[in-house]
Design a protein around this ligand. Structure first.
Ligand code: DON
Length: 302
């Protein structure tokens, strides 16, 4: 496995100059694009890492997986009254469908959907941002995971578009809490700084039928893990979900920090990080690495 990850890293590094680092969040625009990390965590708890896999980066929309999982744990199926379950076919920050569909976002992985999900968590927890950080730390088995305040403040300063979505949902009665409180919590989840190893370990419950190995406990039911994987397959890569499913064929979630987490159900999680993105907001080199990974998986690990 180790040798194979090194080979994937070498191939993906050739593509680090393709795409562009996200610049609509100024704190991310300053980040070094010349980074590549890949980590695997198997369902028996072994981890493998290559490149910059232990360097924390801004998890951004990968947080939406944690937000959704926690909201399904606290609210169950009632969550689907607030947010839909289908791919949007639109960019992650689009407002276009939200008014036409009366303030109910298409799915929990576009920004509007994650903001609606965060509203449910703000209702459920006294300090939802701290709760989320605590869950990330426990699932990853790493007590030093931090919220990057520079990224949080940068997103807050440049929140107009997300605020527009939140106010529109509030106007339609689909947001119970104060808009600023919900946005702060949403941004602080996106601003969690985690490494590829942290994320592969933390989200391993999705590969392990809901068991979280790092804490030695069941985190969610097998059915809930299966449902989150299903939504990752259909909605995790935004308007590129179909292309990615064809090329890689694994449930996955990307973030504009350049990370992508993918799940091989029953076997392992893999997290790849390379900061430069394509037009859909998905890391170019990380997608390339995952394509190699999926294509060679059975041959290399048999
Ligand atoms: O709200 C935003 O726009 C960012 N905090 C997250 C967007 C993101 O990561 C989209 N993913 N590819």
């Amino acid at each position: 496995m180790q040798q194979w990850l090194e080979e994937i890293a070498a191939s993906a590094r050739q593509r680090l100059d393709e795409g562009r680092v996200a610049d609509y969040i100024p704190a991310l625009a300053q980040r070094n694009p010349n980074r590549f990390g890949i980590a695997v965590c198997t369902t028996s708890g072994e981890t493998y890492a290559a490149g910059d896999a232990r360097e924390p980066f801004s998890i951004q929309s990968i947080a939406k997986v944690l937000l959704l999982t926690l909201a399904l744990r606290t609210h169950g199926e009632a969550l689907w009254q607030r947010v839909g379950l289908n791919p949007s076919g639109m960019p992650f920050n689009s407002l276009a469908q939200l008014e036409a569909e009366r303030g109910k976002p298409r799915n929990p992985f576009i920004n509007a959907g994650a903001i609606a999900v965060t509203d449910r968590l703000v209702s459920a927890f006294a300090t939802p941002d701290k709760h989320l950080q605590d869950v990330a730390r426990r699932l990853a088995g790493n007590a030093s995971i931090l919220i990057d305040d520079e990224v949080l403040e940068s997103e807050w300063q440049h929140r107009s578009r997300n605020a527009a979505m939140a106010y529109l949902m509030k106007a339609f009665g689909n947001l119970d809490n104060d808009v600023d409180a919900v946005l702060r919590c949403y941004f602080s989840s996106c601003a969690l700084a985690m490494s590829c190893v942290d994320l592969a370990v933390a989200l391993n419950f999705l590969a392990a039928e809901g068991e979280a190995r790092a804490i030695g406990q069941r985190f969610v039911s097998p059915g809930l893990a299966r449902r989150v994987n299903a939504i990752m397959t259909t909605c995790g890569m935004y308007d590129a979900a179909g292309d990615f499913a064809y090329r890689v064929g694994l449930p996955a979630k990307s973030g504009v920090g350049g990370g992508i987490v993918a799940v091989v159900p029953g076997r392992m999680t893999v997290c790849v990080w390379a900061p430069a993105l394509d037009d859909s907001g998905n890391s170019v080199a990380a997608q390339h690495a995952l394509e190699l990974f999926a294509e060679q998986l059975d041959a290399r690990l048999s």
